[in-house]
Design a protein around this ligand. Structure first.
Ligand SMILES: *[C@@H]1O[C@H](CO)[C@@H](O)[C@H](O)[C@H]1NC(C)=O
Ligand SMILES: *[C@@H]1O[C@H](CO)[C@@H](O)[C@H](O)[C@H]1NC(C)=O
Ligand SMILES: *[C@@H]1O[C@H](CO)[C@@H](O)[C@H](O)[C@H]1NC(C)=O
Length: 408
């Protein structure tokens, strides 16, 4: 790891020098992959480049094609405003371990409002909706003690996490988060049989409601991971991703809502096209193809004690959590700290998967403990699809909604 980082740092210096030589004419877009960035200084310097150059880099990384010049001009304006926003966020950093925000991610040409509209669940289907009266699953019985908790844990190293998925432009984060927990449970309980499971099945079929709090599972409009676990328990299990593949992210399928879908709570389909019965749960879900069953689900660290949460994660597997996602739109790399987002349980508007924890050292060898979190926005976002958040400060509400599927 050390030598790899050094090699990257050298490569970055070399490319920075080359870029400098070329600057007399025009700086070429920087082509290195996102995860190569390990040098904060170079990253911050990159943001000082001409916004036109940064925009060209963004367009080429993400293969953006705008329909016309007017749209391109509008997107450039939004991009420039986001660049200023990222720089303002960076100006509040207090340690070199802290997150750097930038304009390389896939959402740098969306306004904050567009980002919220497309990717985050509607208010009634947010993890925060069930927050005041938190619904409790079983509580885990810890077999070890807190002092057994290691300093570092990464479920990826134990073959319990599938590769990063991409929810596309809809609010299905809750289903991805729940499926991540089930994939982890299955891999651990079968001694390493890691399989990718169907998110589409949950999005199409889950008609769960939580009327006490006027919330419900709403397919692409949002939902709550604990209700997804209850759907999977009631449905008898989940099919493989390969048997029931994800398609709602770009509306390449057009499923009708399931029977019992609460339109009063969830709202109508957007876009308001006529749905296709062939694309719907009734036609696609095949109980004979169920690959994985779960027995129940459990709340993780209901007292929000993160040391307990770490112990339970090591004992039981990756954990589904809800967080305030506001600072994630412009996230580039590093450790997000609580100053940048809300820890209020009601602010939770995104569900993700906790996969591990560790400790980083900054340039003055000051340590910062972090959680490692798998997102569902593709591998070109953040740290190869992951982000880190500070441990022990309930950063972005990371400890508020922990839950996991259980296979006995
Ligand atoms: C959820 O429901 C409970 C019981 O009906 C209620 O006391 C609580 O305020 C509700 N929470 C929200 C966020 O609506
Ligand atoms: C939800 O779906 C299940 C399975 O299809 C069905 O048995 C149940 O009746 C539905 N709920 C409502 C309220 O329609
Ligand atoms: C979390 O739980 C551990 C183990 O019981 C305890 O030592 C620690 O003080 C708790 N932390 C907080 C902030 O309550």
């Amino acid at each position: 790891m050390k030598t790899r980082r050094t090699a990257f740092a050298l490569a970055l210096v070399a490319s920075a020098l080359l870029a400098h030589q070329a600057s007399a004419t025009r700086i070429a877009p920087i082509q290195r992959p996102v995860d190569d960035i390990t040098d904060v200084r170079l990253a911050l310097a990159e943001l000082e480049q001409d916004p036109e150059v940064l925009f060209e880099t963004f367009v080429s990384i993400h293969g953006r094609e705008y329909p016309n010049e007017a749209e391109r001009a509008l997107r450039f304006e939004v991009f420039t405003a986001n660049l200023a926003r990222a720089k303002e966020m960076n100006s509040r950093r207090e340690s070199s371990s802290e997150a750097v925000y930038g304009v390389r991610g896939p959402f740098a040409d969306l306004t904050a409002e567009e980002f919220r509209q497309r990717l985050l669940p509607k208010p009634y289907a947010r993890p925060g909706a069930a927050a005041l009266e938190r619904v409790m699953g079983e509580e885990l019985e810890l077999t070890g003690t807190y002092s057994d908790v290691p300093d570092f844990w990464d479920w990826r190293e134990h073959n319990a996490v599938t590769s990063v998925k991409n929810q596309g432009g809809v609010g299905t984060c809750w289903a991805f988060s729940a499926v991540g927990s089930i994939e982890g449970q299955h891999a651990i309980k079968t001694g390493g049989n890691l399989v990718s499971l169907s998110v589409e099945q949950i999005s199409d079929c889950d008609n769960g409601t939580f009327p006490q709090n006027n919330s419900a599972d709403c397919g692409p409009n949002g939902g709550l991971p604990f209700m997804a676990f209850e759907y999977v328990m009631n449905a008898g299990g989940l099919e493989l991703e390969s048997a029931y593949p994800y398609c709602i992210g770009d509306w390449s399928c057009n499923p009708c809502f399931p029977k019992g879908y609460d339109e009063h709570i969830c709202g109508h389909r957007l876009p308001a096209d006529k749905c296709d019965p062939k694309d719907s749960c009734d036609a696609k879900f095949d109980p004979s193809k169920i690959a994985v069953k779960i027995d129940t689900w459990a709340s993780i660290a209901p007292d929000k004690n993160e040391t307990r949460m770490a112990a339970e994660l090591v004992q039981s597997g990756p954990v589904s959590i809800g967080i305030d996602a506001e600072s994630l739109q412009m996230y580039w790399f590093g450790i997000i700290v609580s100053r940048m987002c809300s820890s209020d349980p009601r602010a939770a508007d995104h569900a993700v998967l906790l996969t591990g924890f560790g400790t980083a050292k900054d340039m003055f060898f000051q340590e910062m403990k972090y959680w490692e979190v798998k997102n569902s926005w593709g591998g070109s976002w953040g740290e190869k699809g992951y982000f880190r958040a500070r441990f022990g400060t309930n950063t972005c509400g990371i400890a508020n909604h922990g839950a996991t599927a259980i296979i006995h």
